[in-house]
Design a protein around this ligand. Structure first.
Ligand SMILES: NC(=O)c1ccc[n+]([C@@H]2O[C@H](COP(=O)([O-])OP(=O)(O)OC[C@H]3O[C@@H](n4cnc5c(N)ncnc54)[C@H](OP(=O)(O)O)[C@@H]3O)[C@@H](O)[C@H]2O)c1
Length: 325
């Protein structure tokens, strides 16, 4: 592999555009190829983001010998199948969140990575933001003492035109799409809870429109919320015995936070590259150059535990997808 990592992108929708614009900001990458189910769409995307090639099918891109790693940006329901197909073609994979619909699918994806000895990572981009890394290390260093309470939400009034969000067949619903972020933060800071309580409201399609969740730990609690029904400030609070951290809005795209201790508030700003997706791209590049099959910052085990929590919340609210049956 050359020192320039050659990327491919499949599923040329909204997030693929944002991802590609961040990719262009980096030096050690090339956008080798892009693929859509629609060749004309791939051509336009290729022109916009200067990819060397474009394809009218995902499989054609998987067969491109020059592509090192594929970014999968399709709806939630086909992450598992496309990831496994890419890995079988010996392509490394960065797959959008949620990694899959359920834990069984995630196990199969990781099994395919291990069998083919190829890198695989969930695109949990918030984990790689410099501000989030700093918050995590500050807490581990005891800056705000023992954590007792965490509060995070992700809520916005969704447009009726964004079909993917409402469609259960595509893996729609607030928990898998955006609830994953507050759940991720609680997991990152507090680990696996002892008990989960959750209540949901639903769209007519059966996908969840909003969910309130409590994660109960032996010595702490996390109160989490996701919704497509209304806007929220999207601030996150982490409260410990010696102080508090408030992550500025939108917390999942963090570039700054307040550290409140002894009545003093210190504002800490740590910029991100581009829209913030660049940091997960850099992590993939580093892992590939080091011949790793997983990242230590967001490992396969982290993805297994996150999907275990998503499955558990879904069990609490009786939300079943076809993939579960
Ligand atoms: N990391 C983030 O900040 C972030 C933000 C938003 C979404 N996401 C995740 O990214 C994924 C895509 O979200 P998005 O908002 O980009 O969705 P989107 O705009 O609908 O794009 C998804 C793309 O997937 C492809 N696709 C393949 N099968 C499809 C099907 N049956 N129906 C519709 N599209 C299909 C299409 O690309 P082609 O027509 O080119 O084949 C489509 O443009 C989701 O898993 C979502 O959870 C992540």
């Amino acid at each position: 592999m050359s020192t320039k990592i050659k990327w491919g992108i499949i599923g040329l929708g909204k997030i693929a555009h944002k991802f590609a614009s961040d990719l262009l900001l980096l030096n050690n990458v090339e956008l080798e190829a892009v693929a859509s189910r629609d060749l004309a769409k791939a051509k336009v995307f290729s022109k916009t983001f200067h990819s060397k090639k474009f394809y009218g099918s995902y499989e054609a891109l998987f067969q491109d010998e020059l592509v090192d790693i594929v970014y999968i940006a399709t709806p939630n329901n086909n992450h598992a199948q496309l990831t496994i197909l890419a890995l079988e073609h010996k392509k490394a994979v960065l797959c959008e969140k949620p990694f899959a619909i359920n834990k069984q699918q995630v196990f199969k994806m990781i099994e395919a990575s291990k069998k083919n000895n190829i890198f695989l990572m969930e695109a949990l981009w918030t984990r790689f933001l410099p501000a989030i890394k700093k918050i995590k290390s500050s807490i581990e260093n005891g800056e705000i003492g023992a954590i007792k309470y965490l509060n995070a939400d992700f809520s916005f009034k969704a447009l009726p035109s964004i079909q993917r969000i409402y469609d259960k067949e595509l893996g729609g619903g607030s928990i898998l799409d955006i609830g994953i972020y507050p759940i991720f933060l609680a997991y990152l800071i507090l680990g696996m809870p002892d008990k989960i309580i959750a209540k949901a409201h639903y769209f007519e399609s059966g996908a969840d429109s909003q969910v309130s969740i409590i994660f109960d730990y032996k010595n702490a609690q996390a109160v989490l919320f996701s919704s497509f029904n209304s806007n929220s400030k999207r601030e996150a609070k982490i409260s410990g015995t010696l102080g508090e951290i408030i992550i500025d809005s939108p917390w999942n795209e963090a570039t700054s936070f307040s550290l409140i201790k002894d009545g003093n508030e210190e504002k800490i700003s740590i910029p991100k590259i581009g829209k913030g997706y660049a940091h997960q791209i850099l992590e993939c590049n580093t892992c590939l150059l080091e011949n790793l099959t997983e990242s230590s910052l967001w490992s396969h085990q982290n993805s297994i535990e996150l999907i275990t929590l998503l499955d558990a919340v879904r069990k609490e609210i009786s939300l079943v997808y076809a993939e579960d049956l």
